[in-house]
Design a protein around this ligand. Structure first.
Ligand code: TXA
Ligand code: MG
Length: 338
């Protein structure tokens, strides 16, 4: 694996050109986006696309997101864009919103897992935009982690999972959002969010004046195919605590077990100093929780932690995305309100 390194993100044109050459030649290259690191391949190179699925151990029925850098590239992968979809692109691109659109029939079914739709986004990270521009065609990229592991928010996470099985890694420092993009599909009378992210339901509603609902298995609207798999999971088991649970968390701190706690700062202060603590910062702001969650989970694994007690956050705005990932990763939820 070749490594290009610019932790401030200021890669030389030579490095970008060299990484782009590897992609052009059918290689797979990990690169930073504003959400998480992606593992990229040319959108039209089936051998490279197969290499992505193999490297990640990804089920073949889980489609990839296409990343574009210029509006003109959209027609290469999608068609029949509606006025509301166009409006969302104007509002939120470049940025962490993936739109599920009607697929261009010429696009390989390997990308879309045989679906008639394709997920497309224009990332805002300058390195991602420069790389796609240098390749000159759209780049397909899932998150650059082994399937089922937390998504990578730093280059070392990518190396941990994939060092032996990818051609290159562009280390552009830590990602800023920390959770994967919002995945949304526009219908004529509503928007369905298939995976919540930092483009929130309120933002989508404000841009379009359409009602915005969250997909759940319960109401018959399927989530994104990828959401049905075990996800975002560290090796340690996660207990998720909802509401005011300090006494329950304290009781669960068994000195025998290797336990860590992820919680708001004021909660952490009340817990014994001997326990390993990761802060979610001040109550009421989800930014730090989103940015740090996956790194905390991986760090706990690195320390041999066997159980992580996590304090839930308010599931609104960006908090909805954080809680969506935590619920999928948790083996137990304590304090569920019925
Ligand atoms: O922020 C992100 O979206 C990152 C960066 C690298 O861009 N990418 C990412 O890709 O998270 P991945 O493959 O880990 O997750 C893509 C999600 C999966 O849940 C997949 O099922 C869903 O998007 N998806 C892709 N195409 C779809 C489609 N046509 N219809 C419904 N869901 C789709
Ligand atoms: Mg992923």
């Amino acid at each position: 694996m070749r490594v290009f390194s610019a932790p401030q993100g200021n890669f030389s044109d030579n490095d970008i050109a060299a990484a782009a050459d590897i992609l052009k030649a059918g290689g797979v290259v990990a690169f930073p986006t504003e959400t998480v690191y992606g593992l990229g391949a040319r959108y039209d190179c089936e051998t490279a696309i197969k290499k992505i699925f193999a490297a990640k151990g990804r089920p073949a029925d889980n489609p990839l997101i296409v990343h574009i850098a210029h509006p003109e590239e959209l027609a290469m992968v999608a068609q029949s864009i509606s006025p509301q979809e166009e409006k969302l692109m104007l509002y939120f691109w470049p940025g962490p919103l993936t739109l599920v659109l009607t697929k261009n029939p010429a696009l390989s079914g390997l990308v879309t897992a045989g679906l008639s739709t394709v997920g497309v986004r224009m990332p805002s990270h300058p390195v991602a935009l420069r790389l796609i521009t240098a390749v000159g065609v759209p780049i397909v990229a899932p998150s650059a982690n082994l399937s089922g592991r937390p998504s990578p928010t730093a280059a070392r996470h990518v190396a941990e999972d994939l060092a032996g099985s990818i051609d290159a890694l562009c280390d552009g420092g830590e990602t800023t959002v920390g959770l994967e993009s919002t995945v949304a599909r526009v219908y004529f009378d509503r928007i369905v969010v298939l995976r919540p992210g930092s483009v929130t339901r309120a933002m989508l509603q404000e841009a379009t004046q359409l009602p915005v609902v969250l997909a759940t298995h319960a109401d018959g609207v399927p989530e994104a195919p990828g959401m049905k798999y075990v996800h975002y999971a560290p090796r340690a088991e996660i207990f998720l605590y909802l509401g005011d649970q300090i006494s329950a968390m304290t009781a669960a701190l068994d000195n025998e077990a290797k336990v860590a706690v992820i919680a708001h700062s004021d909660t952490l202060e009340l817990l014994p100093s001997t326990v390993r603590k990761f802060t979610l910062g001040a109550r009421g702001c989800a930014d730090l929780a989103a940015r740090k969650l996956y790194a905390y989970l991986r760090e706990a694994d690195g320390m041999g932690i066997e159980r992580i007690l996590v304090e839930g956050i308010v599931p609104e705005g960006l908090g909805e995305a954080v809680m969506n990932r935590l619920r999928k990763a948790a083996s137990r939820v304590i304090g569920e309100q019925k």
